[in-house]
Ligand binder design. Structure first.
Ligand code: GDP
Length: 326
């Protein structure tokens, strides 16, 4: 039975990946923060239905010793490194933590693999943020990187660490350069889930306003379930390589709002308030991915478009909040 280890297993992607690997007969291990284990109903809700089939290891991504210990003990056949400080922030303390966690953990896990499980196939969750202010759109694997956030810089460094272990140490280390991917399991700090939950709150009469930043910002949004399947195809491919994973289409935040509110027969413009706090430093080139290489070499294609993603997120939010009515 293949043995997989997932860092970030309790997050959106980690939870879908764990379910997918369990379905395929893997033994699945996950790294979780000790503090999360103390409040499982809050921090582990995404993996609650498969919890009894997983082996969880309390381990901080900041501790090189702890990461080494877990890899030495498990000797995984696959290691999916999804754990990271993942929210794009421009605050100095947050930026320090982002660099510290994201670079340190990637280097420590790859070093541990090299030492204790050199046969292991290592997947790194790279990000479209690495393209930042890209010169061209859409971006593919040959587009020069130009990150503009510390998060993007940390991911680009992780990407190069991975490449260096592949080329210099002969480790099967690969990266998926994933564009935004959403689902009912997305955190509320992301604009998609914020819009869905606010729309439902307005629909239920619990709120009458939605405060957002730049409505003209565009994103290439896909479904996390599809992107997790791409991760598996990348690690199961016959050679280690890097792939862009994207839908290839962008939509504006405004379009997302209009679609979501119209599902509830509401006009988004009646409730929208512009809030400068949610504006980001300039977003020049729209990030749009060209996943031709993944289509051709991995036979991967997304199965959800934006409408189906919004509908699923909306249905889940309506169901989740049904008991709060009245
Ligand atoms: P990101 O791609 O990781 O930054 O994902 P987000 O979901 O946080 O943001 C997506 C886009 O929505 C960005 O271009 C933001 O500028 C834009 N946006 C507009 N209003 C908001 C808001 O209220 N919150 C967030 N998070 N993003 C917003």
């Amino acid at each position: 039975m293949p043995r997989a280890l997932i860092s970030g297993i309790s997050g959106q992607d980690g939870s879908y990946l764990a379910e997918s690997l369990l379905r395929e007969g893997h033994e699945v291990h996950g790294l979780v923060r000790r503090s999360s284990l103390e409040v499982p109903h809050v921090k582990m809700s995404r993996i609650s239905t498969v919890m009894d089939q997983l082996t969880l290891h309390p381990c901080s991504l900041e501790s090189q010793t702890a990461l080494f210990e877990v890899v030495r003990e498990i000797k995984p056949d696959y290691l999916y490194h999804l754990g990271a400080q993942s929210f794009v922030s421009y605050e100095i303390d947050q930026e320090y933590a982002t660099l510290d966690t994201n670079l340190g953990s990637t280097h420590a896990l790859l070093s541990a693999v090299m030492r204790f499980a050199p046969h292991c196939r290592f997947y790194f969750a790279a990000s479209s943020e690495m393209f930042g202010h890209a010169e061209t759109s859409p971006q593919n694997e040959s587009t020069p990187f130009n990150p503009r956030s510390v998060y993007g810089i940390s991911k680009l460094a992780g990407f190069h660490i991975c490449k260096s272990f592949r080329e210099n140490e002969d480790i099967f280390a690969c990266s998926g350069i994933l564009y935004n991917h959403e689902s009912p399991r997305r955190g509320k700090e992301y604009v998609t889930q914020k819009i869905i939950s606010q729309a439902v709150a307005i629909h239920r009469g619990h709120s009458n306003v939605i405060k957002l930043g730049n409505l003209d910002a565009r994103r290439d949004w896909g479904h996390a379930k599809d992107y997790v399947e791409a991760m598996r195809k990348i690690t199961e491919f016959d050679k280690p390589d890097d792939f862009v994973v994207a839908s290839g289409r962008t939509h504006s935040v405004r379009e997302f709002c209009e679609k979501a509110f119209s599902l509830l027969d509401l006009d988004f413009e009646d409730f929208f308030e512009c809030d400068p706090r949610f504006f980001r430093p300039s977003e020049k080139t729209p990030l749009c991915g060209d996943a031709t290489k993944a289509h051709e070499e991995l036979d991967w294609a997304p199965t959800h478009d934006l409408d189906t993603i919004i509908e699923e997120m909306m249905d889940c939010e309506l169901e989740r909040t049904a008991s709060f009515t009245n």
